[in-house]
Design a binder for this molecule. Sequence first.
Ligand code: NDP
Ligand code: 8X3
Length: 253
Amino acid sequence: MRKIALITGATSGIGEATSHLFAENGINIIIAGRREERLSVLKNKLENKNVQVLALCFDVCDEAQVKNALSNLPDEWKNIDILVNNAGLAAGLNTIQEGDISDWNRMIDTNIKGLLYVTRHISPGMTKRKRGHIVNIGSIAGKEVYANGNVYCATKHAVDALTKGMRIDLLPHNVRVTQICPGAVETEFSIVRFRGDKSRADKVYEGYENLIAADIADCVWFAVSRPEHVNINDMLVMPTAQATGTLFNKTTS
Ligand code: NDP
Ligand code: 8X3
């Protein structure tokens, strides 16, 4: 029987690339995000790869929406084998003393509380069935802290801690828990961070070869396709030209 995966943040970047790779490997997928039109286009593309797709439009920050979407799944979609907690964002890049409190709330609500809400609704099915795999998308920002990254880094450090906590709590239930921590991946991430300022976003990726979303999708697929007795705990995946959150080997400045 085909496995079922739920991928949050499937409308763009890493989540979208992971959805394609899962479909190519015969996984039926629940794709989730807030942008309905994108979900519908992606659903069609994935169905052309001969898998079943369910599109769920909800905001991970809104616990009522998460509950409504995930507690009313059709029977054939209830037994989720793989949860990829990918939805996330950075908002702004500011010192703590100049930080925008609404940016802080968005990052905390999405990257921490959203991940928790989705996990809380999906993990009981996994513990009941005594199988499942949760993959959290962390970041280099969850391993170190860089200037002006304060709250985003804190949210990704929280993902790091939650991944470890989940692994301990789910241990008796045979549920695997993995964290994938990317360095710089060119997606819509920086466009969102800089509120649609595309030229500022483009500069983040200038002068070196950044990762692309498919590189991270490969890592997610590697983790979930290991034999059942193997758990990939944590993968920190950087561009060859990036050593730390902020140190790059750039050919141009
Ligand atoms: P994108 O901006 O391209 O994609 C982010 C995805 O998250 C979108 O599909 C978006 O969908 C979804 N999302 C954001 N907020 C919400 C919300 N409130 N409810 C539901 N879905 C939401 O960025 P990436 O693909 O790069 O980001 C994916 C993950 O990877 C994030 O957790 C990010 O922190 C992490 N990451 C990214 C790195 C990078 O350099 N790009 C490096 C390290 C980690 P929609 O807008 O339709 O809701
Ligand atoms: C996204 C990468 O370097 O902006 O998590 O923190 S970074």
